[in-house]
Design a protein around this ligand. Structure first.
Ligand code: 0O2
Length: 267
């Protein structure tokens, strides 16, 4: 196929990847804004390279004419999670969505691959709107922990280095490393609740401080400077107490003060 034709062929897949990345990153931000723990840590994606598509066609004995139908991971995104438990939660969130349909699930966490590969894959059907009209495409969503991703990235580059046949001694080491990462994932799960609490606390504090600073900045434009300086000093005093409830209370009071100035300026 000519390069221009490849470009045209891959263009809707690129659109699907771009949209999916935005949607899942936004979902993570939504959790953050609500001050709720997000099961999504990172989202990335790619369109499969022409090289890699050609390799797969050859490996699986698929003709070019069947490629759109038979290769389901031309568009792919990867969602990394902090904890193993988050993976099922993310899969549930995807299954609940109306803008994509899950066609297939591959659970390489409960059914670890011989290589030691662990990940949860969903093949979805997703519609993009192109210049030629709507196109429904398959896309692969890989969901895995940061640890699983670390292992898969290293193993993937070794597969390139050894052109798919990694020597037995290296394979054994990789398999041991996969088990070690599994143990770490489980050890981290044991402190999951505490880590989640700490992260949510930090997130809420960050949002509250941001709101307060925004309010103070705006007050400088409308209020008496001496009064704003006093508010600022009070903020520093409360901030040093490291007490979120007090900080939130202060933020609410500041909202009322700011609202008063806003009302005055409208009169
Ligand atoms: P790339 O370069 O990442 O795109 P199937 O017919 O379902 O058996 P398929 O389509 O290969 O065959 O599905 P599978 O096994 O679920 O693999 C899909 C993708 O998962 C792979 O794409 C890899 O990205 C990843 N993957 C699967 N097994 C392994 C593994 O042992 N190690 C690593 N590092 N990644 C793996 P591609 O096209 O193989 O590669």
């Amino acid at each position: 196929m000519e390069i221009q034709l490849w470009r045209e062929f891959l263009s809707p897949y690129q659109l699907a990847v771009d949209e999916l990345i935005i949607k899942f990153r936004h979902l993570k931000e939504d959790f953050d804004i609500q001050g709720v723990y997000s099961p999504i840590d990172q989202v990335e994606g790619r369109v499969k390279t022409i090289d890699s598509i050609l390799d797969k066609l050859q490996k699986k004995d698929i003709s070019m004419n069947d490629m759109a139908e038979k290769i389901e991971d031309i568009a792919g995104i990867r969602i990394t999670c902090q904890f193993v438990e988050d993976i099922d939660r993310v899969a549930e969130l995807i299954k609940e969505r109306r803008d994509m349909e899950v066609l297939q699930e591959k659970d390489y966490i409960r059914n670890i691959k011989d290589s030691g590969y662990r990940s949860y894959h969903l093949i979805i059907s997703y519609t993009v709107h192109t210049a030629k009209g709507p196109r429904t495409l398959p896309a692969e969503i890989q969901i895995r922990t940061i640890g699983m991703n670390f292992w898969a990235t290293i193993e993937h580059s070794l597969q390139y280095k050894y052109k798919g046949s990694i020597p037995e001694r290296v394979q054994q080491k990789l398999s041991n490393a996969s088990s070690a990462i599994d143990a770490i994932d489980h050890a981290m799960s044991e402190v999951r609740d505490e880590i989640m609490d700490a992260q949510v606390y930090h997130l809420r504090k960050e949002h509250t401080v941001k709101d307060i600073l925004n309010n103070i900045q705006n007050l400088y434009k409308v209020a008496n400077r001496r009064e704003v300086n006093k508010i600022q000093d009070e903020f520093y005093r409360i901030y040093l107490l490291d007490d979120l409830a007090k900080l939130q209370h202060f933020s609410k009071q500041l909202d009322i003060i700011s609202e008063g100035y806003r009302a005055q300026s409208l009169n």
